[in-house]
Design a protein around this ligand. Structure first.
Ligand code: G6P
Ligand code: MG
Length: 214
Protein backbone atom coordinates (compact mmCIF):
# COMPACT_ATOMS: atom_id res chain seq x y z
CA UNK A 1 0.00 0.00 0.00
CA UNK A 2 0.90 3.62 -0.65
CA UNK A 3 2.88 5.49 2.01
CA UNK A 4 4.38 8.40 0.11
CA UNK A 5 3.76 10.84 -2.72
CA UNK A 6 6.66 12.18 -4.77
CA UNK A 7 5.99 15.29 -6.81
CA UNK A 8 7.82 16.67 -9.80
CA UNK A 9 7.97 20.49 -9.62
CA UNK A 10 7.91 22.05 -13.09
CA UNK A 11 4.56 21.33 -14.73
CA UNK A 12 3.03 19.66 -11.66
CA UNK A 13 3.21 22.19 -8.83
CA UNK A 14 4.04 25.25 -10.89
CA UNK A 15 4.37 26.14 -14.56
CA UNK A 16 7.95 27.24 -15.04
CA UNK A 17 8.18 25.80 -18.57
CA UNK A 18 7.29 29.23 -19.95
CA UNK A 19 10.27 30.81 -18.13
CA UNK A 20 12.60 28.04 -19.26
CA UNK A 21 11.36 28.59 -22.82
CA UNK A 22 11.89 32.36 -22.67
CA UNK A 23 15.42 32.02 -21.36
CA UNK A 24 16.45 29.21 -23.74
CA UNK A 25 14.92 31.09 -26.66
CA UNK A 26 16.85 34.22 -25.79
CA UNK A 27 20.02 32.15 -25.82
CA UNK A 28 19.16 30.47 -29.14
CA UNK A 29 18.33 33.83 -30.71
CA UNK A 30 21.66 35.18 -29.55
CA UNK A 31 23.31 32.22 -31.29
CA UNK A 32 21.36 33.02 -34.47
CA UNK A 33 18.44 30.57 -34.50
CA UNK A 34 15.02 30.01 -32.99
CA UNK A 35 12.86 27.09 -31.85
CA UNK A 36 9.16 26.55 -31.26
CA UNK A 37 7.08 26.02 -28.16
CA UNK A 38 6.37 22.54 -29.48
CA UNK A 39 10.09 21.76 -29.53
CA UNK A 40 10.24 23.12 -25.97
CA UNK A 41 7.99 20.21 -24.92
CA UNK A 42 10.89 17.84 -25.52
CA UNK A 43 12.92 19.64 -22.86
CA UNK A 44 10.51 18.91 -20.02
CA UNK A 45 12.14 16.93 -17.22
CA UNK A 46 15.53 17.11 -18.95
CA UNK A 47 18.49 18.56 -17.01
CA UNK A 48 19.94 21.96 -17.84
CA UNK A 49 23.03 20.71 -19.65
CA UNK A 50 21.18 17.98 -21.54
CA UNK A 51 18.59 20.58 -22.62
CA UNK A 52 21.34 22.84 -23.92
CA UNK A 53 22.83 19.99 -25.96
CA UNK A 54 19.44 19.30 -27.56
CA UNK A 55 18.92 23.00 -28.36
CA UNK A 56 22.39 23.44 -29.86
CA UNK A 57 21.68 20.42 -32.00
CA UNK A 58 18.48 22.06 -33.29
CA UNK A 59 20.51 25.11 -34.35
CA UNK A 60 23.28 22.91 -35.76
CA UNK A 61 25.68 24.79 -33.50
CA UNK A 62 28.60 23.04 -31.87
CA UNK A 63 30.36 24.28 -28.72
CA UNK A 64 33.15 23.03 -26.46
CA UNK A 65 32.35 21.74 -22.97
CA UNK A 66 33.64 24.97 -21.46
CA UNK A 67 31.52 27.12 -23.78
CA UNK A 68 28.49 24.97 -22.98
CA UNK A 69 29.00 25.54 -19.25
CA UNK A 70 29.12 29.29 -19.88
CA UNK A 71 25.99 29.23 -22.05
CA UNK A 72 24.10 27.18 -19.45
CA UNK A 73 25.09 29.69 -16.76
CA UNK A 74 24.00 32.60 -18.93
CA UNK A 75 20.60 30.98 -19.53
CA UNK A 76 20.24 30.19 -15.83
CA UNK A 77 20.95 33.82 -14.85
CA UNK A 78 18.10 34.97 -17.10
CA UNK A 79 15.87 32.20 -15.75
CA UNK A 80 16.64 33.04 -12.10
CA UNK A 81 15.82 36.69 -12.81
CA UNK A 82 12.31 35.55 -13.77
CA UNK A 83 11.68 32.94 -11.07
CA UNK A 84 12.74 35.23 -8.24
CA UNK A 85 9.69 37.32 -9.18
CA UNK A 86 7.27 34.37 -8.88
CA UNK A 87 4.36 34.55 -6.44
CA UNK A 88 2.04 31.98 -4.77
CA UNK A 89 -0.57 32.92 -7.39
CA UNK A 90 1.45 30.89 -9.87
CA UNK A 91 0.84 27.60 -8.05
CA UNK A 92 -1.07 25.33 -10.45
CA UNK A 93 -4.77 24.70 -9.65
CA UNK A 94 -5.28 22.16 -6.87
CA UNK A 95 -1.58 21.60 -6.15
CA UNK A 96 -1.49 23.18 -2.71
CA UNK A 97 -4.84 21.63 -1.75
CA UNK A 98 -3.75 18.13 -2.78
CA UNK A 99 -0.44 18.42 -0.92
CA UNK A 100 -2.35 19.44 2.20
CA UNK A 101 -4.88 16.66 1.70
CA UNK A 102 -2.30 13.86 1.45
CA UNK A 103 -0.44 15.19 4.49
CA UNK A 104 -3.67 15.33 6.49
CA UNK A 105 -4.17 11.68 5.51
CA UNK A 106 -0.70 10.80 6.85
CA UNK A 107 1.12 10.20 3.59
CA UNK A 108 4.72 11.40 3.40
CA UNK A 109 5.64 13.89 0.69
CA UNK A 110 8.82 14.50 -1.29
CA UNK A 111 9.90 16.67 -4.18
CA UNK A 112 11.60 14.83 -7.05
CA UNK A 113 12.82 17.38 -9.57
CA UNK A 114 15.69 17.68 -12.04
CA UNK A 115 15.94 21.40 -11.28
CA UNK A 116 18.79 22.98 -9.37
CA UNK A 117 16.51 25.95 -8.67
CA UNK A 118 13.77 24.06 -6.82
CA UNK A 119 14.37 25.67 -3.41
CA UNK A 120 14.21 29.15 -4.91
CA UNK A 121 10.89 28.30 -6.55
CA UNK A 122 9.37 26.61 -3.48
CA UNK A 123 10.34 29.58 -1.31
CA UNK A 124 8.86 32.05 -3.80
CA UNK A 125 5.54 30.20 -3.92
CA UNK A 126 5.53 29.43 -0.20
CA UNK A 127 5.19 25.63 -0.34
CA UNK A 128 8.46 24.56 1.25
CA UNK A 129 6.73 23.46 4.48
CA UNK A 130 4.58 20.87 2.69
CA UNK A 131 7.49 18.54 1.84
CA UNK A 132 9.13 15.98 4.14
CA UNK A 133 12.07 15.63 1.76
CA UNK A 134 13.50 17.64 -1.12
CA UNK A 135 15.41 15.83 -3.84
CA UNK A 136 16.48 17.87 -6.85
CA UNK A 137 19.23 18.36 -9.42
CA UNK A 138 21.68 19.33 -6.70
CA UNK A 139 21.44 15.88 -5.10
CA UNK A 140 21.42 13.57 -8.09
CA UNK A 141 23.49 13.20 -11.24
CA UNK A 142 21.44 10.91 -13.45
CA UNK A 143 18.74 12.60 -15.50
CA UNK A 144 15.19 11.19 -15.83
CA UNK A 145 14.24 8.61 -17.28
CA UNK A 146 16.83 7.24 -14.84
CA UNK A 147 14.93 6.62 -11.56
CA UNK A 148 17.69 8.01 -9.28
CA UNK A 149 15.85 11.19 -8.25
CA UNK A 150 12.78 9.22 -7.08
CA UNK A 151 14.75 6.39 -5.47
CA UNK A 152 16.70 8.92 -3.39
CA UNK A 153 13.34 10.45 -2.44
CA UNK A 154 12.00 7.08 -1.23
CA UNK A 155 15.20 6.52 0.71
CA UNK A 156 15.01 9.92 2.41
CA UNK A 157 11.41 9.20 3.39
CA UNK A 158 12.38 5.75 4.62
CA UNK A 159 9.84 3.92 2.44
CA UNK A 160 10.12 1.26 -0.27
CA UNK A 161 9.80 2.28 -3.95
CA UNK A 162 6.63 0.11 -4.24
CA UNK A 163 5.05 2.28 -1.54
CA UNK A 164 5.46 5.49 -3.60
CA UNK A 165 3.27 7.28 -6.11
CA UNK A 166 4.99 9.73 -8.44
CA UNK A 167 3.22 12.74 -10.00
CA UNK A 168 4.82 13.77 -13.29
CA UNK A 169 4.07 15.87 -16.37
CA UNK A 170 7.01 14.63 -18.47
CA UNK A 171 7.26 11.36 -20.38
CA UNK A 172 10.84 10.98 -19.11
CA UNK A 173 9.51 11.35 -15.55
CA UNK A 174 6.82 8.70 -15.96
CA UNK A 175 9.46 6.34 -17.35
CA UNK A 176 11.74 7.14 -14.40
CA UNK A 177 8.97 6.29 -11.92
CA UNK A 178 8.16 3.00 -13.65
CA UNK A 179 11.88 2.12 -13.88
CA UNK A 180 12.06 2.72 -10.13
CA UNK A 181 9.17 0.31 -9.50
CA UNK A 182 6.80 3.07 -8.42
CA UNK A 183 3.24 3.97 -9.41
CA UNK A 184 3.07 6.90 -11.82
CA UNK A 185 0.31 9.45 -12.22
CA UNK A 186 0.60 11.61 -15.31
CA UNK A 187 -0.37 15.27 -15.16
CA UNK A 188 -1.44 16.36 -18.62
CA UNK A 189 -2.74 14.53 -21.66
CA UNK A 190 -3.31 10.76 -21.70
CA UNK A 191 -2.21 10.50 -25.35
CA UNK A 192 1.23 11.81 -24.42
CA UNK A 193 1.63 10.15 -21.01
CA UNK A 194 0.43 6.70 -22.07
CA UNK A 195 2.90 4.82 -19.86
CA UNK A 196 1.35 6.23 -16.67
CA UNK A 197 -0.97 4.19 -14.40
CA UNK A 198 -3.46 7.05 -14.48
CA UNK A 199 -3.54 10.45 -16.18
CA UNK A 200 -5.32 13.53 -14.83
CA UNK A 201 -5.42 17.05 -16.25
CA UNK A 202 -4.08 18.56 -13.03
CA UNK A 203 -3.81 17.92 -9.30
CA UNK A 204 -7.26 19.54 -8.94
CA UNK A 205 -8.63 16.25 -10.32
CA UNK A 206 -6.86 14.08 -7.75
CA UNK A 207 -8.44 12.34 -4.77
CA UNK A 208 -7.08 9.93 -2.17
CA UNK A 209 -9.40 7.28 -3.60
CA UNK A 210 -7.96 7.56 -7.12
CA UNK A 211 -4.48 7.19 -5.65
CA UNK A 212 -5.38 4.16 -3.54
CA UNK A 213 -7.18 2.42 -6.44
CA UNK A 214 -4.21 2.41 -8.85
C1 G6P B 1 12.91 20.49 -14.86
C2 G6P B 1 12.36 21.13 -16.12
C3 G6P B 1 13.42 21.15 -17.21
C4 G6P B 1 14.71 21.78 -16.70
C5 G6P B 1 15.23 21.01 -15.49
C6 G6P B 1 16.50 21.61 -14.90
O1 G6P B 1 12.99 19.11 -15.04
O2 G6P B 1 11.23 20.44 -16.58
O3 G6P B 1 12.91 21.89 -18.31
O4 G6P B 1 15.70 21.81 -17.70
O5 G6P B 1 14.21 21.00 -14.50
O6 G6P B 1 16.19 22.86 -14.34
P1 G6P B 1 17.25 23.92 -13.81
O7 G6P B 1 16.43 24.86 -12.99
O8 G6P B 1 18.25 23.18 -12.97
O9 G6P B 1 17.90 24.56 -14.97
MG1 MG C 1 8.00 18.45 -15.01
Amino acid sequence: NIKACIFDLDGVIVDTAVYHYKAWRRLANQLGFDFTEEQNEELKGISRIESLKIILNWGAVSKSDKEMQELATLKNNWYVEMITKMTPEEILPGAKEFLELVRTNHYLTALGSASKNSETILKQIGLMHLFDALVDGNKVTKSKPNPEVFLVGAKELNVQPEECVVFEDAIAGIQAAKAGNMKAIGIGRAAVLNEADLVVAGLFEMTIEKMENL
